[in-house]
Design a protein around this ligand. Sequence first.
Ligand SMILES: [Cu+2]
Length: 170
Amino acid sequence: MINKFQSLNNPKKELMRRWGLIFLFSTLALLVLFIPIPLLDTAPLNRHIRIEASMFQFDPGEVRVNPGDRVTVELVSTDVVHGLSLDGYDFELIADPGQSKTSTFIADKAGVFRFRCSVACGNLHPFMIGKMQVGPNLLLLRGIGLGLLSIAMAIFSLQHQFQTTVRMTS
Ligand SMILES: [Cu+2]
């Protein structure tokens, strides 16, 4: 019995075509996932970021800067003593209750870095964590790329099935 979607005259060729398509789309998917995306060339800025620390969170908890930016962080503590130490950078601030402390660093490493409270401030202290992103959100861009690719693949394969069916029935 012949599969409804199989080409009547040359099933072998049809199979080759299918594998070819699967290969093509897998290659494209790998490209989308792993191709290096050049960082957007933006002129470095002086940034002032004010982060409020309270038990047990940072506000804002997520910060984004561009590579090369001169980032001045002002840590304000609203209750007890809190610290802010940034993973991947040699950067730390400690602010006394009701006070603020300011320091500057150059964001010369791209990526996502966590910052955490460096002073034991209570039982949920280990969960007092924020995120600093240096550069564009590559994960998001790649996710969108992959999404678009699967939509294209779905449309393509539906269209192909449709054409084969039409060819069979006419
Ligand atoms: Cu703490």
